[in-house]
Design a protein around this ligand. Sequence first.
Ligand SMILES: Nc1ncnc2c1ncn2[C@@H]1O[C@H](COP(=O)(O)OP(=O)(O)OP(=O)(O)O)[C@@H](O)[C@H]1O
Length: 121
Amino acid sequence: MDRIGQHLGNYRLTRLLGEGGFAEVYLGEHTLLGTTVAIKVLHTQVGQEDVMQFQQEARLLASLKHPHIIRVLDFGIEGRTPYLVMDYAHHGMLRTRHPRGTLLPVKTVVSYVKQVTEALQ
Ligand SMILES: Nc1ncnc2c1ncn2[C@@H]1O[C@H](COP(=O)(O)OP(=O)(O)OP(=O)(O)O)[C@@H](O)[C@H]1O
């Protein structure tokens, strides 16, 4: 579903960044502050009974603070559609930077793995 131009809370969706198995991710702009974020709009629809669970999971994600983890800044439910507001990753995804089959120097791989493991500690 194309949501470009729509508003979710204080954010206006300006461009589709990508789509995964569970959600569409849009570039968003805060209508008052002008800040740029990534907004993950989930495909799933939530009922009244799911709101608490979604809220708990969003709280857990928002509590993860590490330079190597994308921050969750906000979340909301528009109608029955849940969404998460996150930091926008300006440099894109590793998967686009290094398409499948690309051979990387061991030094680069070690550097990536180190950053991930630091975030998992
Ligand atoms: N914070 C972000 N900043 C910039 N682009 C993002 C961000 N999050 C997601 N994207 C883009 O949106 C796409 C879809 O992201 P999403 O997290 O929904 O799924 P995925 O990680 O690709 O796959 P899945 O969650 O289905 O395993 C990504 O591939 C990426 O291009």
